[in-house]
Design a protein around this ligand. Sequence first.
Ligand code: NOJ
Length: 547
Amino acid sequence: MTEPTPWWRHAVVYQIYIRSFADSDGDGVGDIAGIRSRLPYLRDLGVDAIWINPWYPSPMVDGGYDVADYRAIDPAFGTMDEALAFIDDVHAHGLRILLDIVPNHTSDQHPWFQEALASPPGSPARARYLFREGKGPGGDQPPTDWPSVFGGPAWTRVIGSDGRPGQWYLHLFAPEQPDLDWSDPEVADEFDSILRFWYDRGVDGFRIDVAHGLVKDRSFPDLHGSSPKSLVHPGPYWDQEGVHDIYRRWRAVADDYGDRPFVGEVFVSSAERLARYVRPDELHTAFDFRFLQAGWDAARLRNEIDDNLHSMGPVGAPATWVLSNHDQARHVTRFGRPRTADVGVVESAGERVAPPPSSDIELGRRRARAALLLQLALPGTAYLYQGEELGLEEVEDLPEAVLQDPTWRRSGHTIRGRDGARVPLPWSGSEPPFGFGPPGTTPWLPQPESWRDRTVEAESRDPDSVLALYRAALRLRREHLGFRGDGMAWLPAPDQVLRFDRPGGLETVVNLGPEPIQLPAGRPVLLASVPLPESGDLPPDTAVWLG
Ligand code: NOJ
């Protein structure tokens, strides 16, 4: 008897940015009870699992990626009892749940960091983090010239017990996010225990934050101006060999519980480097951000797909495709820009780039519809980011006064950051808060008035809406035999067309060029990204699935 394929090898996972999904109590911030009330929506949408961004107690300096307690729930989101009942309810809806684990850094409010601050240099409490003496006279220069991803230096100096400036500590992100030292056995033991804590409570897996960053070159070399241009470039703190020992250890913990997949947030320089994270005794899956960064460009997409599949094949891991998340400008907006590969807001969760040029949102939305059929037709797993099923665009005109992303502050108010991808979802009604919270709720970020046409309620009435397309596509992906089997093969096609089939028989054609093309004759259309013309041609920026 052959083993059934594990669910996570072909799952569609829906990412929930908890602060912005659904607010049950009207405080303007989404919460667990809000998600719970929308589980029927997610089941009916047709996804297999949800991934929830960090829900732990946090000062929220970086949207919850500054964790103060890994075994509890932030009061803004609910209680532990609510979380446990919610996990049961997720399962009762036939869904699975992945949590977000943040092992590179804690909050500066975490008891460990508070203890480190109160302890002398060289103490065991300081050994859990990366405290070092400064350079230069009086140690008043940072130990290295490393920049923080959010801007400014990656080191902050603390005040010693004598009231005078003392050691420096490393924070690759905000100063409120001190990096842990993974060479300290206590750190590794603690995270084993955190994983078990949540597995014991029914959690099905984890997304790993900054999975490529946990180990630092302990010679602490200066970059001398050769500063990594973005997180994808190797550096003394990205993609160091030692991270693989950590994931072997984590995999052994996960395997004690059966099929509990990890998905790594891994930014590395190539698909081959990515594949090293998903070797059989390491992580199960890792996001392919190169697909996301390819823009609306047939040659680049084909390349990234090939690279990924050729690299994943030998290690036996499925590909993991993603087009948007809470760190990137929404792909409707990216695909409507003159240069569609410009990630624009904050590349790779940190690369700071110039303000993006304006976007043709209708064009971007048309391309996003086609991109969905491309993404879902590829072998492997797919991640969807909340709101993309409504065709939401990046909100690029949020008032400066409401911006919360640390990038805004750390860049000296020159880079707006990622809040535009995090605006609370519109569910119903014709004015804000659009059912995000009870009437009278003021969402933590303001929603555009134009979203009255993009609510779940409005799109549910319209058979041609983006939501209707997502529902139809997810149903087919789940039920149609054409999607079965691993792998894919390219079929002959003009340069700006992607055409491939799957072993189960599904054929996908995506026209990224400026001219209509003829579809192969005699194949029934299972689904088209927009209604097709009578001629049977495939117009520009359109995709079809053929049975
Ligand atoms: C990646 C997360 O997705 C992002 O939101 C966060 O700011 C950084 N890691 C730091 O934790």
